[in-house]
Write a protein that binds this ligand. Structure first.
Ligand SMILES: NC(=O)c1ccc[n+]([C@@H]2O[C@H](COP(=O)([O-])OP(=O)(O)OC[C@H]3O[C@@H](n4cnc5c(N)ncnc54)[C@H](OP(=O)(O)O)[C@@H]3O)[C@@H](O)[C@H]2O)c1
Length: 250
């Protein structure tokens, strides 16, 4: 299937590793020029070289802590300086943040910012040019919510899901689509610390109908489809990629 993505531009956050990295690679394979941002400059450089070697397309890389109060603005300005127009925004940066029931405020503030406020602010910074061009696609990475602990990231992602739905309702009239992509358990550095190999196996056998964690490519394949014009009638929805782990049917 031709996804008609050739020649498009995309901003991808959290691009240095895991799901974001896989999304950058897959977008580039489809002919998209990507503005890839995260904190780790070395990993971004490696990614850039890999993209050039495999696709011949030169991505723009930008090392920035998105958690900094002016992080979203800096990213938006750099992306708009790099590309005349931005067709696609993928808000992927995020980090699991388990806390004690009565834990301190700092992880709550940081994780609510990283997993909700900063991506919202980046989106708001890039939306005016999408609105004026009457086109654009926004994809927000969210989370599974059926956790056995309190995880601030999942709470922030619930806000992200609610806001994404509301935003989709407002910007559809300008030809802009907004969706969320909801991973189950995907084998990345984000979740590895919480599962030994043995725990992963027994958890997957017990809880995941398809019997194992997913991998970043599973997410990238869906992400690239969702931001393509093949998904032109899909907006305001959550797409779950979790091997069947979620217990409720909708
Ligand atoms: N893996 C899963 O099972 C799972 C489950 C639920 C939700 N998710 C969500 O999926 C998304 C991708 O997760 P992943 O599993 O691929 O995680 P990952 O491998 O840990 O990657 C996270 C990415 O976010 C970037 N990042 C983190 N903090 C940042 C900051 N302060 N400023 C800028 N960039 C920052 C990291 O880059 P630097 O360290 O270079 O900054 C990295 O590129 C996240 O939003 C995560 O919450 C994943």
């Amino acid at each position: 299937m031709d996804l008609h993505l050739k020649g498009k531009t995309a901003v991808v956050t959290g691009a240095s590793q895991g799901i974001g990295r896989a999304i950058v690679m897959e977008l580039a394979r489809e002919g998209v020029t990507v503005f890839a941002t995260a904190r780790n400059a070395e990993s971004l450089k490696k990614l850039k070289n890999e993209v050039i070697a495999e696709t011949g397309i030169t991505p723009v890389i930008f090392a920035q802590d998105i958690l900094a109060p002016d992080g979203p603005q800096r990213i938006a300005e750099a992306a708009q300086a790099a590309f005349e127009n931005i067709d696609i925004l993928i808000n992927n940066a995020g980090q699991s943040s388990p806390v004690e029931i009565t834990g301190p405020e700092k992880p709550w503030e940081d994780s609510m910012a990283l997993d909700f406020d900063r991506p919202r602010q980046l989106t708001q910074a890039l939306l005016p040019q999408m609105i004026s061009r009457r086109q654009g696609v926004i994809l927000n990475l969210t989370s599974t919510y059926e956790l056995r602990s309190i995880n601030v990231s999942a709470v922030a992602k619930a806000s992200m899901a609610a806001w994404s739905k509301q935003l989709a309702g407002q910007v559809g009239q300008f030809g802009i689509r907004v969706n969320t992509l909801q991973p189950g358990l995907i084998d990345t550095a984000n979740i590895r610390p919480y599962f030994s190999d043995e725990e992963r196996k027994s958890f997957a056998e017990r809880e995941i109908p398809l019997g194992d964690f997913g991998n970043p490519q599973d997410m990238a394949d869906m992400a690239v489809f969702l931001v393509s014009s093949r998904a032109r009638y899909i907006t305001g929805t959550a797409v779950v990629v979790d091997g069947g782990m979620r217990r409720y049917p909708f």
